[in-house]
Design a protein around this ligand. Sequence first.
Ligand code: NPW
Ligand code: K
Length: 491
Amino acid sequence: MADIAADAILSNAEMAAADRATIDSGAFSGPALMENAGAAVAAAALARFAGAARVHVLCGPGNNGGDGYVAARILAERGVVVCVYALKPPRPDSDAEQAARRWAGAVETLDALVPHAGDLVIDALFGAGFSGGLPDPVKTALVRCRDAGCPVLAVDLPSGVNGDTGEGEDAVQCAATVTFYRKRPGHLLFPGRTLCGTIETVDIDVRAAEPPRTWQNGPALWTLPRHRADTHKYARGAVAVLSGPRHGTGAARLSAMGAQRSGPGAATILGHPDALDIHAAHITSIMLRPLGDDPLAALQALKGLGAVVLGPGLGDFALARRLAPAILIETEAMLVLDADAITAFADDPSPLFEAARTGGAERLVLTPHAGEFARLFPDIADGDGGKLAKARQAADRSGGIVLFKGADTVVAAPDGRAAINANATAALATAGSGDVLAGIIAGLAAQSMPAFEAACAAAWLHGEAGRRAGSHAIAEDIADALPAVFGEIGG
Ligand SMILES: NC(=O)C1=CN([C@@H]2O[C@H](COP(=O)(O)OP(=O)(O)OC[C@H]3O[C@@H](n4cnc5c(N)ncnc54)[C@H](OP(=O)(O)O)[C@@H]3O)[C@@H](O)[C@H]2O)[C@@H](O)CC1
Ligand SMILES: [K+]
């Protein structure tokens, strides 16, 4: 796992700790950091909204408001017409209070705000310290901004968006957001990601307090498998995919296609003979094997087996319940559990989770979408904390990697590492797309890529393949786009 600080994401609390560590180190004082932050906001306003007739700066009581007072002062010094409004005065003896004192102009209440279409609004009401719901005067002011149709530039986060979860039903759609040092999960999780508009992350000389444990997913986070020129197909690892019945074979084929295109030496579909007859009519380089009376023995007979996909189109819950723990305990293969094989454990997941712990670190990858997640982890799904926290809790409980699917897929490991994927397009929301993803994870894992990295890499490659395949792609197109994506990033 690469420790690439630039891709790190900090929670609100981690960001505050980094802020404190920077101040405690003596490198920068609180007011100096606030000056840097406010200057970055003023610079973004000048660069992106140079033609604004007036700039309305809305300031909250905390340090987010402090950044607003600094930006207001700097913009006014540059000759911009600036009006400042406050929800409440800044907290006494705070850095924000100092910043407010240096603003020489008037400060009006929020109800005096009357923005026009050619104006710019700088939203410095709440940032990393926000939780709960917006006060009514703020909601009214934000509705006025929306109705005026003028662009809004958010300081750190659109006010109302929770930096840890991305939740924020009353926030206004911003044209751009200037954040400092590192993104927060709320910049990448929906609806926060959309509400932010364009995100600019500015280095304001904050220093990391602790090593990161959350990242924005991307190639800097993992290393794709490479093979020596003199390798052979079994040394490149083999993937097995369990097939569904005769009238449900497509999902397994899509998984096998995704797996094959991710670089292992071989992919085999195992199933009942009548299902294999259907597969035989569709495929060429994927191998077919009957499952027989002893499915575990059939898997163990495969040379170089590195990963198994169990679940897409499977239809047989009893088989999933029997086979998944056995794969974890009695083979060394990685198990990618998707779709029906997740649902199969809804009533009693403990045999699966116990087997994941017995079978050794990170041998299980679970790939639930929201519905499957709620079946396997109902109490976590109903709890608070947002998608990132929920994926982490599920990984901790299951002993496996949890890839919580969606437009903002989160990958979490039992040791607390997590990545948020941000390159998915609507093209991925198509039948069979998840089957391809399960196959890519298995394809990478079969080549000895550790499970967390394999899941992260697969989510990102899948997103890129969807982008490349275009807005009207079907799942086969996503699989077909993979070799070009690998080619582009040198895999
Ligand atoms: N970290 C860094 O490196 C740097 C951070 N910087 C900046 O600091 C910002 C974080 O500042 P912050 O911690 O003061 O929090 P902020 O967002 O201003 O809000 C706190 C205030 O809001 C209030 N409040 C909260 N929820 C509420 C609700 N629902 N309804 C009503 N009120 C509510 C809360 O009230 P309380 O809970 O205390 O009663 C408190 O008064 C950060 O976003 C960035 O812009 C930069 O200056 C420099 C470097
Ligand atoms: K804000």
